[in-house]
Design a protein around this ligand. Structure first.
Ligand code: GLN
Length: 195
C-alpha cells in the first residue's frame, strides 16, 4: 500500500485524506520536510494558492517540494494545487511562487468569482464509468500546454485536467464529492511508480 501525503499548509486537506484512504492508500498530512521525505506521492489540495505558496516558503518546504517533483515523485493538484504545479501563471500575484512540474500556463480565477462557482459533469480520460461531478470553486483553467502534456478533460472549451508523466492536475475538486475515481487513478500512478 503506497503512502500518500497531503500538503497540509492550507486548504481542504481533510477531504483529500478521506478520499485517499477510501482509494486504498495510507494517507497522511505533510507539513515538514521530514514528513515529505516519507511519502511515495503527494496531493496538493484546493485552497488559496497565494497563501499556500507563502506558507511553503515559511515552512521551508518550497525547495524540498521542487526537488521531489523534479526527481519524479507523483503529485496530484486540485484547483489551487493545479496552480502550484504550473510552470507559468496568468493573473498570479507578483511574488507568487509555484513548484512547476507541468509545462503549462494556468490562468487563476479563470471561471470567474466565488459566486460564479458551479458544478458540471466532466468526462476524464483514464477514468472509467462515465463522467465525474466536477466542483469548480473560483477555479483556474489551463490556457496552454507544451507537447509533453496530455489533456485529460475539457469543459466549455477550456482544459480542466492534465497529466505530464507522474504529475496530475484538475481545475475541479473530486475530494468534495463521494466519487473517488480520480483519486484511484492517482493512487494507481503512485503504485506503478513504486514497483
Ligand atoms: N482561486 C484560488 C487560487 O487562486 C483557487 C480556488 C480553489 O482552490 N478552489 O488559489
Amino acid at each position: 500500500t503506497p503512502t500518500i501525503g497531503v500538503l497540509a499548509l492550507q486548504g481542504d486537506v481533510r477531504e483529500h485524506l478521506v478520499a485517499l484512504a477510501s482509494a486504498d492508500a495510507l494517507a497522511r498530512p505533510v507539513r515538514r520536510p521530514e514528513e515529505l521525505a516519507e511519502v511515495d506521492g503527494l496531493v496538493i489540495p484546493g485552497g488559496e494558492s497565494t497563501t499556500m505558496s507563502k506558507l511553503a516558503v515559511i515552512f521551508g518546504l518550497l525547495e524540498p517540494l521542487r526537488e521531489r517533483v523534479r526527481a519524479g515523485m507523483p503529485v496530484y493538484g486540485t484547483c489551487a494545487g493545479m496552480i502550484m504545479l504550473a510552470d507559468k501563471l496568468l493573473d498570479g500575484r507578483e511574488d507568487q511562487e509555484t513548484l512547476g512540474g507541468i509545462d503549462m500556463i494556468v490562468r487563476r480565477n479563470a471561471f470567474g468569482r466565488q459566486n460564479e462557482s458551479f458544478e458540471a459533469r466532466v468526462e476524464v480520460a483514464g477514468v472509467e464509468g462515465g463522467p465525474v461531478e466536477g466542483v469548480f470553486i473560483r477555479a483556474p483553467w489551463v490556457e496552454s500546454v507544451g507537447a509533453a502534456v496530455e489533456i485529460l478533460a475539457v469543459h466549455d472549451g477550456h482544459t480542466v485536467a492534465v497529466r505530464q508523466g507522474n504529475v496530475l492536475a484538475t481545475s475541479f475538486h473530486p475530494e468534495l464529492t463521494g466519487d473517488h475515481r480520480v483519486h484511484e487513478l492517482f493512487v494507481e500512478m503512485v503504485r506503478s511508480t513504486r514497483s
